[in-house]
Structures are given as C-alpha cells and as structure tokens.
Design a protein around this ligand. Structure first.
Ligand code: KIV
Length: 292
C-alpha cells in the first residue's frame, strides 16, 4: 500500500504517514504488558503539535502535556498559575499533531492546580475537559488525600497517572524544588501513599526527585502501577524528562537529573532517539550522576 503523503508545506509539515506495521499503538494494556515484561517505558513532555509528532516518530511511547508548560511556554515562576483552560488548549494542540501524524503515542495531560482539589466531582469535570481535548490519561499530584479521587476517576473509565515525591504544584508548601522521601519517616509516608494509589487504580506513577534506592524498592513493590522516574534513578519502570531540558534549552542551572541529549546529536529527532535508546538500554539515568 502506498503511504498517504501530503505536499510539502511551510511552517513544519506533519505528514499523514502510517506508522510501520511493527509499531503497535500504545494503549493501557500495551503499557501494562511492557511493565510486566520489564521493558522500560519512555516519556517526554510536549506542548505543541510538531514536537509531539517528532517525539512519536522518534519512538517515544508516551507524551505528557505537563503543566510545566506554565514555566517553559508561558514564562511563569511555577506551575501554580496554570489553568484548566490553558491545559485544554495545549492538550488539543498536541492531540491534533499526534492525530495528523498518525502517531501511536499514549497521551497524558496534567490536571492543573486547583482543578481537582475541591472534590472528586470537580476532578471528574476537569478530567473530562482534558479527555475531550484528546488525552488518554490524566495525571494528578499528591498522596493521602487523592486516593478517593483516583478511584472515582478510574471507576468511570479515566486512566490515571499519580505523581509523588517532588510535586511542583505544592512547591510553596515544600519550600522549594528539593529531594523528597529522604528521612525514614518521609520514605514510609511516600510508600504508604504509593501503595494506596496503586490500590485506588492508578496505572502509572511519576516519582520526581525521590532517592534512587526508594524508587527501585517501590517499583518492585508496585506490580500494577508503572513508576516513571524523573530524578529518581534507573530502577523505575520508565523515565520522563521535560522536553526543553533534554534539548539543552535551559538558561539557568540544569537540574542534576537532566542530560542534554542534544549535545551529541545534530537534530531534535536524533536527540529524542538517543534518549529512547539510553532509557531502553538502562544507560540513562546513571544513579551516580543523575540521582540521589
Ligand atoms: O509538568 C510536568 O512536566 C511534569 C513532569 C516533570 C513529570 O509533571
């Protein structure tokens, strides 16, 4: 069959080229299968149609429309100012890009600060906005108070990714972007929350800035919830990085857990492919360099 192509156009082209037959669409069962088989899951953030389509074509399996867009796209000092309407807008752009490129990636969108805190009903209404914008899964931050909400969403057919450790929406309570779960007490609390979130039905869980040993233990203890690390060591079920960071587009001090994949490549797609290879082969992150 001849692949459908579009004429070259300016401003970036998103061709409708069918993916190779060998590439299976990424669904929740496929993610669970990868997790069960010990195949590392790759994730990058993306905030627009083109970067999302390029990431997919580079083999990135899951795209996160992170509320980090508040910082990298909107120039805000934290993610706290990001609204649901903003998340809808960016999620729609990414979903359109993936659709036009006949992409296979799994699309996750962040529930922003204040959009799920009031009640589980409020969380459902907010999640519906993101799902209708094209997300396959929503992500929400925190443990302890979030479990009922996760259960409520999952029961209603909305896949949920949890987020523990450094939760940027609560940066003002945490007092900064610091490693979490370092003390024995904090590690026990984090573990309790992680188990409860798995029991509530969270299928994935971002662990951000969590000591490598704790993340590795948790990953083994959570067979039904794939841990995705960022600054959490190599022992998680998958990895995520913020797109701009891994492309070296950070004018400030680069966080310790980031590697600039652009430094050895001469294209964005090449850098993303290098990231995918490094994660799959367990070469990134390196605990001694990128973790605590
Ligand atoms: O908003 C975001 O980009 C995130 C990642 C850092 C995991 O939550």
């Amino acid at each position: 069959m001849t692949p459908a192509t579009t004429a070259a156009s300016p401003y970036g082209t998103l061709p409708a080229v069918p993916p190779p037959a060998s590439r299976k669409p990424i669904s929740l069962p496929r993610l669970r299968e990868m997790h069960a088989q010990g195949e590392k899951i790759t994730m990058l953030t993306a905030y627009d149609a083109t970067f999302a389509a390029v990431a997919d074509s580079a083999g990135v399996e899951s795209i996160l429309v992170g509320d980090s867009l508040g910082m990298v796209c909107q120039g805000m000092p934290s993610t706290v100012g990001v609204t649901l309407e903003t998340m809808r807008h960016y999620t729609e752009s990414v979903a359109r890009g993936l659709h036009r490129a006949q992409a296979t990636a799994w699309l996750i969108s962040d529930l922003p600060f204040g959009s799920y805190h009031e009640s589980k009903e409020q969380a459902l209404r907010s999640a519906a906005v993101l799902m209708q914008a094209g997300a396959h899964m929503v992500k929400l931050e925190g443990g302890g108070w979030t479990e009922d909400t996760v259960h409520f969403l999952v029961e209603r057919g909305i896949p949920v990714c949890a987020h523990l450790g450094l939760t940027p929406q609560t940066v003002h309570s945490l007092g900064g972007y610091r490693v979490q779960g370092k003390s024995e007490e904090a590690a026990t609390t984090l573990k309790t929350h992680a188990h409860a979130l798995q029991d509530a039905g969270a299928a994935m869980m971002v662990l951000e800035m969590v000591p490598a040993a704790l993340s590795a233990t948790l990953t083994k203890e959570l067979p039904h919830c794939a841990t995705i690390g960022i600054g959490a060591g190599v022992g998680t079920a998958g990895q995520v990085l913020v797109l701009h960071d891994m492309l070296g587009m950070n004018l400030g001090k680069m966080p310790k857990f980031v590697h600039n994949f652009m430094s050895e490549e001469n294209s964005v797609r090449g850098a993303m492919q290098a990231y995918v290879r490094a994660v799959k082969e367990g070469r990134f992150p390196v605990d001694a360099l990128h973790a605590w």
